[in-house]
Design a protein around this ligand. Structure first.
Ligand code: AMP
Length: 144
Protein backbone atom coordinates (compact mmCIF):
# COMPACT_ATOMS: atom_id res chain seq x y z
CA UNK A 1 0.00 0.00 0.00
CA UNK A 2 1.57 3.30 -1.11
CA UNK A 3 1.44 6.65 0.65
CA UNK A 4 -0.40 7.97 -2.46
CA UNK A 5 -3.14 5.33 -1.92
CA UNK A 6 -3.41 6.17 1.80
CA UNK A 7 -3.80 9.88 0.99
CA UNK A 8 -6.38 9.15 -1.71
CA UNK A 9 -8.46 7.51 1.00
CA UNK A 10 -7.97 10.02 3.84
CA UNK A 11 -7.47 13.23 1.83
CA UNK A 12 -4.57 15.63 1.48
CA UNK A 13 -5.60 18.12 4.16
CA UNK A 14 -2.80 19.02 6.59
CA UNK A 15 -3.08 21.24 9.65
CA UNK A 16 -0.22 23.71 9.50
CA UNK A 17 1.04 26.44 11.78
CA UNK A 18 3.49 29.32 11.55
CA UNK A 19 6.58 29.28 13.81
CA UNK A 20 5.53 32.49 15.58
CA UNK A 21 2.14 31.10 16.65
CA UNK A 22 1.83 30.57 20.41
CA UNK A 23 1.65 27.16 22.06
CA UNK A 24 -1.84 28.11 23.26
CA UNK A 25 -2.98 28.67 19.65
CA UNK A 26 -1.69 25.24 18.64
CA UNK A 27 -3.29 23.59 21.69
CA UNK A 28 -6.63 25.07 20.51
CA UNK A 29 -5.97 23.97 16.91
CA UNK A 30 -5.03 20.37 17.82
CA UNK A 31 -7.92 20.10 20.23
CA UNK A 32 -10.60 21.46 17.88
CA UNK A 33 -9.39 19.28 14.97
CA UNK A 34 -8.95 16.14 17.13
CA UNK A 35 -5.39 15.62 15.92
CA UNK A 36 -2.01 15.09 17.58
CA UNK A 37 0.40 17.14 15.48
CA UNK A 38 0.72 20.06 13.07
CA UNK A 39 3.36 20.81 10.46
CA UNK A 40 5.25 24.10 10.87
CA UNK A 41 5.69 26.05 7.63
CA UNK A 42 8.16 28.80 6.82
CA UNK A 43 7.37 31.99 4.87
CA UNK A 44 7.83 30.20 1.54
CA UNK A 45 5.52 27.33 2.48
CA UNK A 46 8.45 24.98 3.14
CA UNK A 47 8.37 22.50 6.03
CA UNK A 48 10.55 23.81 8.86
CA UNK A 49 9.29 21.72 11.75
CA UNK A 50 6.66 19.54 13.33
CA UNK A 51 4.92 20.14 16.64
CA UNK A 52 3.06 17.37 18.40
CA UNK A 53 1.18 17.02 21.67
CA UNK A 54 4.35 15.41 23.08
CA UNK A 55 6.35 18.64 22.51
CA UNK A 56 3.64 20.60 24.28
CA UNK A 57 3.67 18.15 27.19
CA UNK A 58 7.47 18.55 27.53
CA UNK A 59 7.18 22.36 27.40
CA UNK A 60 4.50 22.29 30.11
CA UNK A 61 6.65 20.01 32.28
CA UNK A 62 9.62 22.38 31.86
CA UNK A 63 7.96 25.81 32.04
CA UNK A 64 4.59 25.24 33.66
CA UNK A 65 1.58 27.03 32.20
CA UNK A 66 3.91 29.86 31.07
CA UNK A 67 4.74 27.49 28.19
CA UNK A 68 1.38 28.37 26.63
CA UNK A 69 2.66 31.90 25.85
CA UNK A 70 5.87 30.70 24.19
CA UNK A 71 6.18 30.50 20.41
CA UNK A 72 6.06 27.28 18.46
CA UNK A 73 9.63 27.63 17.18
CA UNK A 74 10.78 27.20 20.80
CA UNK A 75 9.09 23.81 21.20
CA UNK A 76 8.90 22.25 17.71
CA UNK A 77 11.17 19.53 16.30
CA UNK A 78 13.28 20.94 13.44
CA UNK A 79 14.79 17.75 12.12
CA UNK A 80 11.69 16.50 10.31
CA UNK A 81 11.57 13.05 8.73
CA UNK A 82 9.22 13.18 5.76
CA UNK A 83 8.15 10.68 3.12
CA UNK A 84 7.22 10.64 -0.56
CA UNK A 85 4.03 9.54 -2.32
CA UNK A 86 5.84 6.46 -3.62
CA UNK A 87 6.85 5.20 -0.15
CA UNK A 88 4.87 2.26 1.24
CA UNK A 89 3.01 1.72 4.52
CA UNK A 90 5.85 -0.67 5.51
CA UNK A 91 8.40 2.16 4.92
CA UNK A 92 6.30 4.44 7.13
CA UNK A 93 6.07 1.88 9.93
CA UNK A 94 9.84 1.50 9.85
CA UNK A 95 10.37 5.31 9.96
CA UNK A 96 7.92 5.69 12.84
CA UNK A 97 9.35 2.79 14.82
CA UNK A 98 12.94 3.87 14.31
CA UNK A 99 12.28 7.58 14.99
CA UNK A 100 9.69 6.98 17.78
CA UNK A 101 7.14 9.39 16.31
CA UNK A 102 3.60 8.92 15.03
CA UNK A 103 3.31 11.49 12.24
CA UNK A 104 5.07 11.77 8.88
CA UNK A 105 4.54 14.73 6.52
CA UNK A 106 4.39 13.84 2.83
CA UNK A 107 6.41 16.09 0.52
CA UNK A 108 6.87 16.25 -3.23
CA UNK A 109 9.92 18.37 -3.99
CA UNK A 110 9.55 21.19 -1.46
CA UNK A 111 5.76 21.05 -1.41
CA UNK A 112 3.77 19.61 1.52
CA UNK A 113 1.10 17.35 0.00
CA UNK A 114 -0.23 15.45 3.03
CA UNK A 115 0.45 13.85 6.38
CA UNK A 116 0.15 10.25 7.52
CA UNK A 117 -0.33 9.28 11.16
CA UNK A 118 0.32 5.91 12.75
CA UNK A 119 -3.48 5.58 13.03
CA UNK A 120 -3.87 5.95 9.24
CA UNK A 121 -1.22 3.27 8.62
CA UNK A 122 -2.70 0.80 11.11
CA UNK A 123 -6.23 1.39 9.76
CA UNK A 124 -5.14 0.68 6.19
CA UNK A 125 -3.18 -2.41 7.16
CA UNK A 126 -6.17 -3.82 9.06
CA UNK A 127 -8.44 -3.11 6.06
CA UNK A 128 -5.93 -4.81 3.74
CA UNK A 129 -5.68 -7.93 5.89
CA UNK A 130 -9.50 -8.07 6.13
CA UNK A 131 -9.70 -7.94 2.33
CA UNK A 132 -7.07 -10.66 2.07
CA UNK A 133 -8.95 -12.82 4.62
CA UNK A 134 -12.18 -12.35 2.65
CA UNK A 135 -10.48 -13.26 -0.66
CA UNK A 136 -8.89 -16.36 0.91
CA UNK A 137 -12.26 -17.46 2.32
CA UNK A 138 -13.92 -17.01 -1.10
CA UNK A 139 -11.13 -18.94 -2.76
CA UNK A 140 -11.31 -21.82 -0.26
CA UNK A 141 -15.13 -22.01 -0.42
CA UNK A 142 -15.13 -22.02 -4.21
CA UNK A 143 -12.32 -24.55 -4.39
CA UNK A 144 -14.38 -26.87 -2.18
P1 AMP B 1 4.52 12.11 17.93
O1 AMP B 1 4.74 10.69 18.35
O2 AMP B 1 4.28 12.25 16.46
O3 AMP B 1 3.51 12.81 18.79
O4 AMP B 1 5.91 12.89 18.15
C1 AMP B 1 6.86 12.55 19.15
C2 AMP B 1 8.07 13.47 18.97
O5 AMP B 1 8.62 13.31 17.66
C3 AMP B 1 7.76 14.97 19.09
O6 AMP B 1 8.88 15.61 19.63
C4 AMP B 1 7.57 15.43 17.64
O7 AMP B 1 7.89 16.78 17.42
C5 AMP B 1 8.56 14.53 16.93
N1 AMP B 1 8.09 14.19 15.58
C6 AMP B 1 6.83 13.88 15.19
N2 AMP B 1 6.79 13.60 13.89
C7 AMP B 1 8.06 13.70 13.44
C8 AMP B 1 8.68 13.54 12.15
N3 AMP B 1 7.98 13.16 11.08
N4 AMP B 1 10.01 13.76 12.06
C9 AMP B 1 10.74 14.12 13.15
N5 AMP B 1 10.21 14.29 14.37
C10 AMP B 1 8.90 14.09 14.53
Amino acid sequence: MSVAAILKHKGARVETVRPNATVQQVVDQLSSKHIGAAVVLGAGGEVIGVVSERDILHALAKHGTGALHRSIDEVMTRDVVSCKLTDTSADLMEMMTRGRFRHVPVVEGERLVGIVSIGDVVKRRIEDSELERHAMREYITQAG
